[in-house]
Design a protein around this ligand. Sequence first.
Ligand SMILES: Cc1cc2nc3c(=O)[nH]c(=O)nc-3n(C[C@H](O)[C@H](O)[C@H](O)COP(=O)(O)O)c2cc1C
Length: 236
Amino acid sequence: MKRNILKKWMSCLLAVSTLFALTACGSSNAVSQTPSPSQSQKTTAPESSEAADTADTTTSQPGETVQPTTDESGGVTLVVYYSATGNTESVANAIAAATGGDLFELEPAEPYTDADLNWTDDNSRVSVEHNNSDDRVVELTASTVDNWDSYDTVYIGYPIWWGIAAWPVDTFVKANDFTGKTVIPFCTAASSGLGESGELLEELAGSGEWLEGQRFRSGASESDVTDWINGPQINQ
Ligand SMILES: Cc1cc2nc3c(=O)[nH]c(=O)nc-3n(C[C@H](O)[C@H](O)[C@H](O)COP(=O)(O)O)c2cc1C
């Protein structure tokens, strides 16, 4: 009788320990198959455009990759220009159309009036500024561009004033870091060439890979511009 009771106890103990071993084994499999929340966040790319869109408005955590924001066309070309009377603006528009680039107009905080631009008047604003380089510091309404880092090619356009780039452009060039960018100056002028205007801007910038650039006549046509954009200087 005692032996039977002992046998029953032994088989009961065996059954309980087998059940315990099986349960422990099952739970260890579950751990290895299901990633923890932190693992899945590290390896999964944002799935919706909504997630990507919010990337630039959220604060990034150390080690987290924030998607660079691109412009609507996804382009990487920017056409920056200053134009007092519209000639350089026409060329800038044609460059933007031909390259799919974005436009950024430089606007002096105090715009130049016709009287200001009268270079035949020794007392006009441009004449005074021309005669004293300290007076050529022109404040702009904006001198930095959204998503600047996403552009790899920057065209910079200006009218020629007394043989050099119209100085409102200087403010933009000094305010930005062109490292890693190809910079292509262009100008419009009544009769002068590009001269040293591009080199002088390159010196002011102190960074960027500056190409020689191009001069257009004041009334340049769209085909003048597209011929240049499709030519060897731009596509070397
Ligand atoms: C103050 C001033 C200085 C200028 N100096 C020159 C010059 O040295 N050489 C030249 O060929 N044209 C000169 N021009 C003419 C302009 O460069 C030309 O009309 C240009 O296309 C104007 O461009 P915008 O319409 O974009 O301002 C000058 C114009 C102004 C207002």
